[in-house]
Design a protein around this ligand. Sequence first.
Ligand code: NDP
Length: 454
Amino acid sequence: MADDQFDYDLFVIGGGSGGVRAARVAAGEYGARVGLAEEDRYGGTCVIRGCVPKKLMVFASTYRDMFQDARDYGWSVSDGPFDWHVFAAKMRAELDRLEGVYRKLLDGTGVDKFDARATLKDAHTVTLSTGEEKTAKHILIATGGRPVRPDMKNADLGLISDDIFDLEKLPRSMLIIGGGYIACEFACILHGLGVDVSMYYRGGQILNGFDDETRALIAGQMAARGIDMQPGSSVLEMEEREGGIWTKSTQGVEKIYDHLFFATGRAPNSNDMGLEELGIKLGRNGAIEVDEYSQTAVPSVYAIGDVTDRVNLTPVAIREGMAFVQTVFGAEPTPVDHELIPSAVFTQPEMGTVGLSEEDAREQEPIEVYATSFKPMQTSFAGREDRVMMKLIVSQKTRVVLGCHIVAPQAGEMIQLAGIAVKMGATKEQFDQTCAVHPTMSEELVTMRTPTRT
Ligand code: NDP
């Protein structure tokens, strides 16, 4: 078919961060005729039920410590209880505003929006839940992922992360199952807001896959703050009883919580879309298999973001979307670079990380480890026991910094900047040539002279 025989040059399925970026750049910068279908709210997981409301909740939850610190610095401050209704109403209004921004961005670049679910009929045709069919030269699937509950009796009594933002009231107690990003972040948030939080995680330590020393420091601080951390535990049975959700753990502990929250991972949204029937390959967990250009086994169909289960982070989905547009509409084949992606876990204390953990680096080659942990000036003055950590993993052979791990307030902000140096392949000596900014916590990254261990 000639291009003008298609309704669109590009049809995007999914109006989250990746899909919206690809749609508006294809339309706005390359003049492509673009249609986009979204079955739920524009903005996707990040804006509507992930990063953005989560970060607002992180901010809300840190004020409790700040009130205490302010008193320790000489201020007269009285803290009252946290009012979830006041906060939640503002948060929801902010999400409405952001969704409006996403819609406007699409309108502004002339993208046709369809508030409908889309499935694939053939390699160039989508069927909308409204009954319409649209043809396109290229189809981009950017449908994201969803939280999953474990396969167990009464699992639907447990909340998932989507539900947290819609709570009518804050519970008094919450049992969180899982030890990953979402479990740890929400354990800290809810604890900070005054909820009595317990965490069951099946492994020996939280935050699997991250640097062991940073995991241990964060787990220790979470426990010190009063979160009931239960490694090697999972929920065996659960049922609704008077007073909440009764649970029995794999360790035999029976307890009733107001709510139970499954933070046990996410799955790609690839089901019931007609993908396998078309010859698109699905991998583990239903992830769409793509090549380095995000192209599926059906050449006209591409997929980006969490539905491909590569690196499930918003900025990565956006980059995949940009690379797709450059490849297909810019005639410049652009593979997606998934190496050395900095990221943050918004626990309290926060973690910022880029590159290899000490354990992974050690398997790869001989290394030097530079690490320091200390009480930062601001909270130490206020009498808090909080510790921060700055850590560099250095190749003995090339002197390149292979990994940088930070546990500290604002570690996410710090790692964004340290990530530039690590991505550029900076050596330990180049870190050291950089003058310290004093007095800061992150100055330790350029002042550690002697390896802690090799
Ligand atoms: P994760 O994969 O990070 O963690 C899932 C946790 O649940 C793990 O501790 C896992 O244990 C445990 N688990 C899995 N299945 C079961 C089960 N059947 N019973 C008990 N425990 C179970 O997933 P999340 O949902 O926390 O996060 C999903 C993704 O979202 C992340 O990988 C990340 O890419 C993204 N994200 C990023 C954030 C950020 O950048 N700050 C914030 C939030 C999410 P085990 O480790 O033993 O497998």
